[in-house]
Design a protein around this ligand. Structure first.
Ligand code: PXL
Length: 275
């Protein structure tokens, strides 16, 4: 049985993030990946950092083709960029009747590009997040979705997860990658918190880490994991990918999507906290 996952996301020409990260991760985890490119993100010496959104009909055609010709056991959304793309994506997700929906509320890339317009945040909250099996915000995204300045502690991650759960997703994963100390993420199911702790890896090269993490969750959900199983696996997968990330020519380099298979299995400490 070959399980399938569709990624609706942006193309990141640097190869470490966006739809490229998703496909590489799906492949690593033995899941057949399909794609709908929402926008192309690439820098041009003449025009600067560029985001080239695709026509809504082109995005719809890709989603339609992927779902009708191949099918999907899980769908992940990444960079959606505009209000229109979010609204349509919500419609397609509902029509698809796919059970495993992973929404990575991508807003700003580590390279600094704006990946979601300000006027699209409200639609993200009201139309897309309620459809999600799991949402995977990092600290700035969680703060932005809640309209607060910043998150600064594990206690605040837990509070944020509870507040975000009220918007309708079944699970909320708030990632503590920007905390001091160990890399602690909080998974909340509406009743209890799964706390996931991995060692902090001292590197600046984490481009695409969020995409890769949520793609690994998507792949494991497609294969039938429960959400906590998928997240615990994905935490180890992304920790290995960051540990073996690359500094290539310029800027924040990409994580290594094949690291989990090639190198050591990184451990992840997990415990449950009641509310
Ligand atoms: O890592 C966030 C991200 C998501 N999607 C696309 C990106 C990036 C960051 O570079 O380019 C398309």
């Amino acid at each position: 049985m070959m399980y399938r996952a569709l990624s609706i996301a942006g193309s990141a020409a640097r190869g470490g993030a966006g739809i490229q990260a998703d496909l590489k991760t799906f492949q690593e985890l033995g899941v057949f990946g399909t794609t709908a490119v929402t926008a192309i993100v690439a820098r041009n010496p003449r025009t600067g950092e560029g985001v080239f959104p695709q026509h809504i009909d082109a995005i719809e055609a890709q989603v339609h083709t992927a779902l009708k010709d191949i099918g999907a056991d899980a769908i992940k959304t990444g960079m959606l960029f505009t209000e229109e793309i979010i609204t349509k994506t919500a419609d397609w997700l509902k029509q698809s009747e796919v059970k495993n929906i992973v929404v990575d509320p991508v807003m700003i890339g580590k390279v600094g590009s704006v990946l979601l317009k300000d006027d699209a945040i409200e639609s993200m909250k009201t139309k897309l997040l309620p459809l999600a099996t799991i949402i995977t915000p990092n600290m700035p995204e969680a703060a932005q979705l809640l309209g607060i300045a910043s998150l600064n502690s594990v206690e605040q991650l837990k509070e944020a997860a509870k507040e975000l759960h009220k918007l309708g997703p079944k699970y909320v994963l708030v990632k503590g990658g920007r905390l001091e100390g160990p890399a602690i993420d909080v998974l909340y199911d509406g009743e209890k918190f799964y706390m996931l702790e991995a060692p902090r890896i001292d590197t600046i090269h984490t481009n695409g880490a969020g995409c890769t993490y949520s793609a690994a969750i998507t792949a494991r959900l497609a294969k039938g994991d429960t959400v906590p199983e998928a997240v615990i696996f994905a935490k180890k997968f992304i920790t290995a990918a960051i540990r073996h990330s690359f500094g290539f020519i310029q800027g924040v380099g990409p994580t290594y999507h094949a690291a989990y298979r090639k190198y050591d299995e990184t451990s992840c400490k997990v415990w449950v906290e009641e509310e």
